[in-house]
Design a protein around this ligand. Structure first.
Ligand code: AMP
Ligand code: ZN
Length: 107
């Protein structure tokens, strides 16, 4: 998708601090972290927001949540963390490529 910041990050036209990548998912550190650890999981498919989800996305979204937990633990968030998905204009979404925030402190 042209002019999508996160598609450009997936294509590596814009640099990011990569954490994990496979055929379906791309994970990188948030540029403006809200906690000691803050990363974003995005699908490689350009899906604007949760508002676009259909039944065909069930496996992808499940895969992203399981990967979110695995990477959170690997980053030391073993006592817990927050997840957040801002959806649409009224949900405070700023980048219109679906993303799951994972953030927290190791403490
Ligand atoms: P949201 O408000 O849920 O759309 O959040 C967008 C998130 O993307 C914010 O937390 C930003 O800090 C983050 N962000 C914006 N540009 C970049 C970038 N180039 N690299 C990494 N994270 C970014
Ligand atoms: Zn995109």
């Amino acid at each position: 998708m042209e002019n999508c910041l996160f598609c450009k990050i997936i294509d590596k036209q814009i640099p990011s601090k990569l954490i994990y990548e496979d055929a379906d998912i791309f994970v990188f550190h948030d540029i403006n972290p809200a906690a000691e650890v803050h990363f974003l999981l995005i699908p490689k498919e350009h899906i604007e927001s949760m508002l676009e989800l259909t039944d065909k996305h069930q496996e992808l979204m499940g895969k992203m949540m399981v990967k979110a937990n695995k990477l959170a633990i690997e980053h030391g968030l073993t006592k817990g963390y927050k997840t957040q998905v801002n959806t649409g204009k009224n949900g405070g979404q700023e980048v219109f490529h679906l993303h799951i925030h994972v953030f927290g402190n190791r403490g």
